[in-house]
Write a protein that binds this ligand. Structure first.
Ligand SMILES: Cc1cc2nc3c(=O)[nH]c(=O)nc-3n(C[C@H](O)[C@H](O)[C@H](O)COP(=O)(O)OP(=O)(O)OC[C@H]3O[C@@H](n4cnc5c(N)ncnc54)[C@H](O)[C@@H]3O)c2cc1C
Length: 383
């Protein structure tokens, strides 16, 4: 008999898991509260682990021409000196895309796989083995997936505890229709005091810029951009600030989700709803895609769905937990570095880049599902 899945959330996690399940023969419906499938934000780094999963789904073939394959990543201080440089190849490969490009690729893959997508459909909770929508609809399913983001309604309705904690760091994001500032295939993060600015190409026509500062630095969190204040911290980037000063930006506070359990009965909690994290390592979507893939693989030929969901969490959760921990350390390191130790800051950043074992621990997610011993084409039995 055909198995049925109901999914709350038409973001990266919801669309990806929907496509994977549909490709495995499930009947799948996605409920998205918004009027259309779209992404808020500017650009996105798509790292090795994401590339493996998106490649498997055929999404990369759909969007590659609209993205950039990066060759290196640098950290530069405000004086322009390079303090860290990494080659982006092998397990460190990275693409960048406009967010809307990625979500459209996922949406189209979902439609082609036969997924039903209901927009303007807000999920209010779960009742026994059914997903409940605001219009009074009750949708029984073999599997329910909560892919409804950091403030997950389903997570809250399950009463499992945990929740979202806002962190005192702000990020502004811009998508600039120009490659004037990014002629090379590299992403550069500029550091000055407690602030960081990322500048990276995102496809043939766009540059993605993010600007990070502690919430306490009020001038830095002003929109439209306070060009004079930012230029005082990053004099070499003044022409960039002048260019983006009047462009629309999205502002977001860093945050993290604590989710004590990733499942309850037939309900799986996926993506930011389960492990939302500060974007310092650019791995939120990566973890989401990996966990969606692992879940789908483990559900193949499995009868006892609640048992598979527990086994799934046991098998893969350590990667998300470790990545979330390191993302928070990274945020704290850049936000709280003491002014009195200002002179050793460049040395520490340089040294960190050279310590392979630390990078390996911090970037565990980059290596993908093989760290959990899962192959994308695996067909397990006896779960
Ligand atoms: C500033 C910033 C930069 C980032 N940069 C990167 C990066 O470079 N690389 C990377 O891998 N990750 C990055 N991330 C993380 C990445 O964006 C997220 O991890 C990813 O989008 C999570 O996808 P999701 O589907 O779990 O949640 P979301 O993207 O939040 O999607 C949830 C969806 O559910 C819908 N929804 C919510 N509630 C309901 C409801 N009750 N009923 C129906 N629908 C509902 C929402 O409208 C939304 O469409 C970044 C995040 C931020 C904030």
């Amino acid at each position: 008999m055909t198995r049925k899945a109901e999914i709350s959330g038409g973001g990266i996690g919801g669309l990806a898991v929907a496509t994977m399940l549909a490709n495995d023969g499930w009947r799948v419906r996605v409920h998205e509260q918004g009027p259309e499938i779209r992404e808020i934000g500017a650009g996105i780094y798509v790292k090795n682990n994401s590339l493996e999963v998106l490649g498997h789904l055929g999404v990369i073939d759909r969007i590659r021409d609209r993205g950039t394959v990066l060759e290196k990543a640098q950290i530069r201080f405000a004086d322009g000196r390079i303090r860290q440089e990494r080659r982006l190849a092998g397990a460190a490969q990275v693409h960048t895309y406009a967010r809307q490009t990625l979500i459209e690729g996922l949406r189209d893959a979902a439609m082609d796989a036969g997924v039903e997508v209901n927009t303007n459909s807000r999920v209010v909770g779960v009742d026994a083995d059914a997903l409940v929508t605001q219009d009074g609809g009750r949708h029984p399913a073999d599997l329910i997936v909560a892919a409804d983001g950091v403030h997950s309604t389903i997570r809250q309705s399950l009463g499992i505890g945990g929740g979202f904690t806002e962190l005192p760091t702000r990020i502004d994001r811009f998508l600039v229709r120009s490659r004037r500032f990014t002629p090379e295939l590299q992403t550069v993060e500029h550091w000055s005091g407690h602030r960081r600015i990322g500048v990276t190409p995102a496809g043939p026509e766009h540059t993605y810029v993010y600007m990070v500062a502690p919430s306490r630095e009020t001038a830095a969190t002003r929109l439209p951009l306070d060009v004079g204040d930012w230029a005082a911290h990053f004099p070499l980037l003044r022409s960039l600030f002048e260019h983006i000063g009047d462009l629309p930006a999205t502002q977001y506070s860093y945050g993290a989700v604590d989710c004590p359990r990733w499942s309850a009965g037939r309900v799986a909690i996926l993506g930011d709803a389960a492990h939302g994290l500060p974007p310092t390592l650019g791995q939120g979507a990566g973890l989401t895609l990996m966990n969606a893939m692992a879940l789908t693989v483990m559900l193949r030929e499995a009868e006892d769905i609640p048992r598979v969901l527990s086994a799934w969490e046991q098998r893969v959760r350590f990667i998300s937990d470790r990545t979330q921990r390191w993302s928070r350390y990274y945020d704290a390191f850049t936000r709280q570095w003491p002014q009195s130790l200002h002179f050793v800051h460049p040395l520490v950043v340089w040294g960190f880049g050279k310590l392979g074992f630390l990078n390996n621990r911090m970037r565990i997610a980059d290596r993908g599902l093989r760290t959990a011993g899962i192959r994308l084409d695996e067909r397990p039995s006896g779960c």
